[in-house]
Design a protein around this ligand. Sequence first.
Ligand code: ADP
Length: 278
Amino acid sequence: MRASTSKRGTPDARPRATAGTAGIAVELRGVRRQYGRGGNTVHALAGVDAALPRGTFTAIMGPSGSGKSTFLQSAAGLDRATAGSVLLGGTDITGMNEDELTELRRDRIGFVFQSFNLLPSLTVEQNVLLPTRLAGQRQDRRRAAAVLAQVGLADKGRRRPSELSGGQQQRVAIARALVTVPDVIFADEPTGALDTRTAADVLGLLRNAVDALGATVVMVTHDPAAAAWADRVLFLADGSFAGDLSGGTAEQIATRMTALTAVAAGAARPRATAGVAA
Ligand code: ADP
């Protein structure tokens, strides 16, 4: 049972996705991403394999500098892997050109950022419909109303983002991510700017998008309480896969993180010190 879900009532009544039949939404095969050359080479991702099933909620955790952002950006087609391949909804995006990647991100990926990234001059409804407007599609106001209702903002469509609280703005961002029914929603520290209670509301919405709407969510977070809302936590250390935890409580996740951070801190110590310690 997830520690954080106890706040929300009946967590165990929620349907769980069946990974075997749901298919794979995101797959990384031997993904490497390096920066710099020669002695200054940084292996942000040092050959990562991951398969994230459709209809599941995955959290990506790891110490600072472990490659979380690089993982998310590579998986979302925002950054190119140095080697390996990324498949989104079964499509290999590795060889796509910039135009194809832009289209893919617009049509098949939803993004939720720490800073909400809403356009202040547009109404809430217009922000939600922005992905479809950019795609040159008809502005389906009923669809906007439906996703706004799903995030509990049925009456806020005509407001501007500045008239809403931080938590409400993040709800709008989630509605915008849901509007195109994407293959996957990538969330980068979505609760980083929110207080604990508001964060729980936002995480509950992401959880509900997975359980009730069949969405696939991949979330980078440094917060064990946030990660406890996920089905599975995937840990990174030094650009490599460092284990995973399914259905872990916030405490269990925090314990794993503490161990990984201690190892990372040890590795970062000057060589002489590490040698003496050994
Ligand atoms: P995290 O999100 O876990 O903090 P990142 O994915 O941001 O980690 O970074 C992984 C490693 O790659 C770090 O050592 C970081 O300094 C390095 N890195 C990330 N982006 C760049 C870049 N544009 N140029 C050089 N090094 C980078």
